[in-house]
Every structure is written in structure tokens, then in C-alpha cells.
Design a protein around this ligand. Structure first.
Ligand code: ARG
Length: 461
């Protein structure tokens, strides 16, 4: 049987494989609420503009409400032969209200319809991701406040560099998430124009009111070019790009949690709630949630690159290639949502092992820069010379297998005679972090102030 919606010029129906490759209902059924919302706005506008008589509008509206109820209660049948959600809804509407249902598609095409539905879905999802990212920021800022003075090694090249505090490290991610949220919001601003009424590609000869449908659906305005309206998937790309960057941030943190929970580091403990055991090795506590957050960044970035490649060669306006925007987007954005939730749970439960982190912060000559700074400050030495002197002292200590603070003053004076006892004060890790008072530095007082600033800005959950 040929398709009821477009089969007029076809003598027979599609091949089995054609139906399989063409159908999107398996994944675009999640657009049902958006599709019905769009149709309700469209039919109301057709009525207000005098394009449809009130009785047809009322019949279609009642029918759409029935379909909406059937989808919500699970009784709606999604039939692959109907290709996609747009035709499935319209077909069911026809069964309920009869031929009048066919008037709903006046001045509309599936091209502007799907573009509208997708924008509505991505918009809701961006709002939800923004709220979840804020929740993770809150969890991190609370942890930062608690651990503003908990000393840990700061790394560059994953080599001990200078002591920092655990709170400062947490706040680094709060900043990243702040930028992620900015990107979600920016994407939303550009997304928020309504393509409905662009019709297939050229606009329509009916006297429609696109400003009315745009307003009814919460858009800021209608899109200004009908070709662009149906050919554009920037909004999905931008959402996926913002999601990918956020996923990269979560993945970096997840990687740190994996490293830090190893027996070799033992910097933090994850709760039972966010670890798993091994079926063979009874001692194991595996950081699976962190590993999966790290891994899911791969599919999120994959969805972005996948859609960029789908879009890059398409001539204007709509091509069926664009149906491939859905699976990646529907997979990636909920995956990020799950990662944000898992990270917030892990952060709220995790316990830093303060004594281990502090010991590690002191090893590896991590206060060598403090010593060099002392030489500059107290002896008025040029920094390059101070760097050289400190390097020799580190060499001396390292040859004896001891820390800088364990070098006797006499030995130090053989390298630099002007050194005094006062130098030992800067060799302790607590003093080191306390001295980093420059704006944005790791001094506990700074960290506490930044955490409080963030918590005030974020407000209660
Ligand atoms: N299922 C289609 C999609 O997701 C809807 C638009 C179909 N338009 C068309 N001209 N065949 O892209």
C-alpha cells in the first residue's frame, strides 16, 4: 500500500529495506510531546488568522489532546510504516477526528515541523543541563569550603609542582562548569527562534502569523529566512559542542578520581555508593562511576563530530541526511545529564585522605619555589640566580635522600652563605599555601572567599 500522507503519485509501497532505512519513528517518538505542542500552536494560529473555521480548530485541538493522552498513558501505537512521529500523530488524529485532521498540515511541512520539535527538545535539555551543572558546582563549592586548608600536591606534567589546597582544586572545576553553563545559555539564546511557518523551504502563500506561533511556543521571534529555517542544525551542533566541552571537564576530573583512589596515591576515598567490587579479587573497590564518566565523554564528542560530518556537505535546504541529527543528540545530551548527576553524587560523598595528601605535598621538593622566592625577597637576589641556588640545594638534599627542610643550615650555607634559620619557615607546605595570597591563588583565605562567593551566587539547591 502506498503511503497515505504522500502516496498520491505512487502506485505501490516502499520496499521492506526502504522502510527500514527511512523510518525514524523508533527514535523520534521521544519528540511526541514537542510535536503535539507545535501542532496545538499551529492550529490555534490557523484559527486566529481565519485560515481554518473555529469548528475545525476545536475538533483538531480535541483530537490532539486525545493523542497526547494516549502517548502519555502508553496506549499509542508507534507504527514503522508511518515513518516518523509527525505522520504517526497525524495519522492517529485522522482516525479520531476524520478528514478534518488533514487541515492541520495547511501552511506547514514536516521540514519546519521537525526543526521546531528538535529546537523545543534541545532547549528543554539545555535548561536541565544548566540546572544540573549548577548542582555539581554547589557540591564542589561546599567541598571547597570544607577543605579550603586541606593541603595537597599541585601538579604540572603530573609531577609534584607546588602545594595547593584540595578546596582550590575543587574550585578549578567550579570555574570550568561556570563557563560550561555560559555556553549552554549562549546556545539557548541563538536557538530560540521559531522555524514553524517556513513550510517546506520557501514560506507559504497562506496569511499565517509566525510571530504568534513563535510566541506561543516560547521563542523570542520567528526565524527570518525560510531556507535557513529548515536547513539549519546549528542549534544541535552548538548544544553538542557545549556538551562535549563540559564532558571533557568531567572526564578530566573523573581521571583524577581514578588516579587518586588507587592504592599508590590514596588521596581520596569514594563512598560505597559510587564504587563496585570485583567478582574475583575481594580487596577491590573500583571507581566504575568515574571511569564511565570518563568514557561517556567519548560518545558525546562522537555525536558532535558525527553530526558535523553529516551537515558539512549538504546543499540547501532540507535533505533526509538531517534526520540523522537525532540519535546522536538523543544519546549524547542525556549521557551528559547522567554524568553530571554521577559526579555530583561522587563529590558529595567523597572523603579526602588529608594526611596522605599533605605528606605527598611535601615530597618531591614541592616547596623549592618558596625557597627561591625567599632568596629573592630576603637577599634581593635576581630570580634566575635564586632558581640556580635552589636547584643546587635540591640536588644536595636529593643526593642524601632527604627533604629540603631536613638539610642542616651549615650544609645550606656552603651553597649560599647568607641563608639564615628563617628559611625553614617557607619550607613547610602549610606556609607555602598560606603565602599564595595573590588574587586567584591557593591561600586558604582566598579559597574560602571564592567558595563563599560561588555559594552565594548559586543560591540554595
Ligand atoms: N523524519 C524527518 C526528519 O527527522 C522529518 C522531516 C521529513 N521531511 C521530508 N521532506 N521527508 O528529518
Amino acid at each position: 500500500m502506498s503511503n497515505r500522507m504522500w502516496g498520491g503519485r505512487f502506485a505501490s509501497g516502499p520496499a521492506e529495506i526502504m522502510e527500514e532505512i527511512n523510518a525514524s519513528i523508533g527514535f523520534d517518538k521521544r519528540l511526541a510531546p514537542q510535536d503535539i505542542r507545535g501542532s496545538l500552536a499551529h492550529v490555534a494560529m490557523l484559527g486566529a488568522a481565519g485560515i481554518l473555521p473555529p469548528e475545525d480548530v476545536a475538533a483538531i485541538q480535541a483530537g490532539l489532546k486525545t493523542v497526547e493522552g494516549e502517548i502519555a498513558d502508553g496506549s499509542f501505537v508507534f507504527d514503522r510504516a508511518l515513518e516518523d512521529i509527525h505522520m504517526a500523530v497525524e495519522s492517529r488524529l485522522t482516525t479520531i477526528v476524520g478528514p478534518t485532521a488533514g487541515r492541520l498540515h495547511t501552511a506547514r511541512s514536516r521540514n519546519d515541523q521537525v526543526a521546531t520539535d528538535m529546537r523545543l527538545w534541545v532547549r528543554d535539555t539545555l535548561d536541565a543541563l544548566d540546572a544540573q551543572a549548577a548542582d555539581l558546582q554547589r557540591a564542589l563549592a561546599e567541598t571547597a569550603l570544607k577543605h579550603a586548608g586541606t593541603v595537597m600536591p599541585g601538579f604540572t606534567h603530573l609531577q609534584s609542582a607546588q602545594p595547593v589546597t584540595f578546596g582550590h582544586h575543587c574550585l578549578a572545576y567550579v570555574e570550568m562548569l561556570g563557563r560550561d553553563r555560559g555556553r549552554f545559555r549562549d546556545a539557548r539564546v541563538r536557538l530560540n527562534e521559531c522555524p514553524l511557518g517556513a513550510a517546506a523551504l520557501a514560506g507559504t502563500s497562506f496569511p499565517i502569523d509566525r510571530h504568534a506561533t513563535a510566541a506561543a511556543l516560547g521563542f523570542d521571534r520567528p526565524t527570518a529566512n525560510s531556507l535557513d529555517s529548515v536547513a539549519d542544525r546549528d542549534f544541535a551542533l552548538e548544544a553538542l559542542a557545549a556538551a562535549s566541552i563540559c564532558a571533557i571537564h568531567l572526564s578530566r576530573f573523573a581521571e583524577e578520581l581514578v588516579v587518586w583512589t588507587s592504592a599508590q596515591f590514596n588521596f581520596v576515598r569514594l563512598s560505597d555508593g559510587y564504587t563496585t567490587g570485583s567478582s574475583i579479587m575481594p580487596q577491590k573497590r573500583n571507581p566504575d562511576a568515574a571511569e564511565l564518566v570518563r568514557a561517556k565523554s567519548g560518545r558525546i564528542i562522537g555525536a558532535l563530530t558525527g553530526l558535523m560530518i553529516v551537515m558539512k556537505g549538504l546543499p540547501l535546504a532540507y535533505s533526509k541526511d538531517m534526520q540523522e541529527d537525532k540519535e546522536g543528540t538523543f544519546d549524547a545530551l542525556p549521557a551528559l545529564s547522567l554524568c553530571l548527576a554521577a559526579m555530583a553524587g561522587m563529590v558529595r560523598d567523597l572523603e579526602p585522605v588529608a594526611e596522605v595528601m599533605k605528606r605527598a605535598a611535601g615530597s618531591g621538593y614541592a616547596t623549592a619555589t618558596d625557597l627561591a622566592d625567599w632568596l629573592v625577597r630576603e637577599l634581593n637576589m635576581p630570580f634566575r640566580e635564586a632558581h640556580h641556588v635552589t636547584g643546587r640545594l635540591v640536588g644536595l638534599a636529593s643526593a642524601q635522600g632527604i627533604g629540603l627542610e631536613a638539610l642542616p643550615l651549615a650544609a645550606m650555607r656552603e651553597v649560599e652563605p647568607r641563608l639564615t634559620d628563617a628559611v625553614y619557615a617557607v619550607l613547610g607546605v602549610e606556609n607555602s599555601v598560606a603565602s599564595r595570597t595573590s588574587y586567584g591563588g591557593t591561600a586558604p583565605a582566598n579559597v574560602r572567599a571564592q567558595a563563599e562567593r560561588w555559594l552565594a551566587a548559586l543560591g540554595p539547591a
